[in-house]
Design a protein around this ligand. Structure first.
Ligand code: BG6
Length: 492
């Protein structure tokens, strides 16, 4: 994008949590690294009447707090702050949009405009409608919608429909920040840049796939949002399903947005529905009780500030999913995510099938299987476990790992997910964003699972903060003769 065109980025929810922690720091980096032409602007909007200087002071604090100290350069910071402006906008107040139009029109009105809606989703539709009424939807405008995009299929459809009445689908960028992560990009490179893996990437060679996004943090002051959301809507419906799509999709015919999104959609549509009893037997939902994280005592979910004392919101969700296609029929995909787990770890673990016959030693039984671990956190990279002969007189086999560590291999600072995604929005490339039909398909699969949980009247299973989740998560795999990756690691 360096050397591109001048653009205006408008952030609704400009002093909110997302803007402060992620967007402003990401924009600082983009400016520092030469991606802004001299007249590009960032205009934050919010309900409070902040003066420009007060917003600049807020942005400065955000950068000082969330940009790595080594990357914070005073002149780059000053140059970034000079680009910032603030306009008071209440989503319901039409005259505020006219004031915003006036600010925007002070520069070339035909330049690229990005409207980033970092607000509550119930404001998306009215923001877009009021923008349109004030003539803000120019031909070169794009709108970015942050998750959660609705709370179920009906509310997502309403957002899609009302936003879609104002902006064309090609102008709508639905963010799932997991698609901006370096390793997720690398999954595309690994699968479609190498001839090696494609023949193995199917049911005949793969026994099961485990997709884990484990967090150590709890609700972090977001109980207001989280207690009415839960792990299924917060993480599985979007991030985990997108990881599943990137892993399981057929090779697209190009890297172009719709080619990739068509293939992802097919995966979502091929998910075997989980309804009623099937939903209950294929899932585990949990809620953490008090425990310890890294040796520090932490409270249980029900004792977190802002959480209802009788809340049955799940802080952990595990789903055994099936993608009913020729490639994947019969292969379980275990998707799990939880808060206050033993480690912060996000990974896709691929277990390959065993060799047909162990020729080495009759006493050894079956040989350990090959395993590929595609790691998003903490150490981004790909590890492939293979068996090798242990040096010595006996023919002893031992698992060893071939390891591609992105940080030490490429020695460059990886882009933060938001840096990448903002760059792609400015470029107008939709490949890393969800299309409306993907969003619908994801909710269509998730809704009946949540309904089955609610109808069952059963509370979530408890687990200790600092553990790997409820014990039934282990038994669900054991019933299939499988074990979680961390159990295999612990056994070594
Ligand atoms: C967000 C969720 O989408 O993703 C949070 O709302 C979660 O609850 C976060 O903590 C995890 O993102 P990351 O990039 O830190 O793994």
């Amino acid at each position: 994008m360096a050397g591109g065109e001048n653009f205006d980025m408008v952030i609704f929810g400009g002093v909110g949590d997302l803007a402060t922690r992620k967007l402003l720091p990401a924009l600082y980096y983009l400016n520092r690294d030469g991606h802004f032409l001299s007249h590009s602007r960032v205009i934050a909007c919010g309900r409070s009447g902040l003066a420009r200087e007060a917003f600049q002071a807020h942005a400065e604090q955000a950068c000082r707090r969330y940009v790595r100290a080594a990357d914070l350069d005073d002149s780059a910071l000053q140059s970034f702050l000079q680009r910032l402006d603030y306009v008071r906008v209440d989503a319901a107040e039409k005259s505020h949009f006219e004031a915003l139009a006036e600010t925007l029109n002070r520069q070339d009105p035909d330049r690229t405009r990005v409207y980033f809606l970092a607000t509550r989703p119930d404001l998306f539709a009215s923001l877009c409608e009021n923008m349109s009424a004030a003539g803000l939807n120019t031909a070169a405008s794009r709108v970015v919608l942050e998750k959660p995009l609705g709370t179920d299929l009906a509310s997502a459809n309403e957002i899609n429909c009302r936003v879609g009445a104002v902006f064309a689908e090609e102008q709508i960028f639905r963010i799932d920040h997991y698609l901006g992560k370096e390793t997720v990009q690398n999954l595309m490179a690994l699968r479609f840049g190498n001839a090696l893996f494609e023949p193995l990437w199917r049911r005949t060679n793969i026994s099961d796939v485990q997709i884990t996004v484990a967090e150590q943090v709890g609700v972090e002051g977001r109980a207001d949002y989280y207690d009415s959301t839960g792990a299924m809507r917060d993480m599985v419906q979007n991030h985990l399903l997108q990881l599943l799509c990137m892993f399981a999709m057929e090779p697209p015919c190009s890297n172009e947005a719709n080619a990739v999104r068509d293939e992802k959609l097919k995966v979502l549509r091929a998910l075997k529905p989980l309804v009623g009893q099937a939903a209950l037997s294929h899932t585990v939902r949990g809620q953490y009780r008090a425990g310890a994280i890294n040796g520090q005592a932490v409270p249980g979910y029900l004792d977190e500030d802002g959480v209802a004392t009788d809340s049955s919101t799940e802080t952990y969700a595990l789903i055994k999913a099936h993608v009913d296609t020729w490639r994947w029929a019969g292969v379980p995909f275990y998707l799990r995510s939880g808060k206050r787990l033993a480690e912060r770890r996000a990974e896709i673990v691929v277990n390959f099938r065993p060799v047909p016959l162990n020729i080495f030693s009759k006493d050894m039984g079956s040989l350990p299987v090959n395993r590929m671990v595609i790691r998003l956190h903490p150490d981004e990279g790909v590890r492939l476990n293979v068996l090798a002969k242990q040096p010595g007189p006996a023919m002893r086999l031992k698992p060893v790992s071939l390891h591609l560590d992105f940080a030490s291999t490429f020695k460059v600072r990886p882009l933060d997910a938001y840096e990448r995604l903002l760059t792609e929005v400015i470029r107008g490339n939709l490949t890393l964003f969800m299309r409306n039909d993907e969003l619908e398909a994801a909710w269509r699969w998730v809704d009946p699972i949540i309904a089955a949980w609610q109808d069952s009247g059963e509370p979530p299973r408890s687990y200790n903060a600092g553990s790997w989740g409820p014990s039934s998560a282990v038994s669900l795999l054991a019933r299939d003769g499988m074990v979680w990756h961390e159990e295999v690691e612990d056994a070594r």
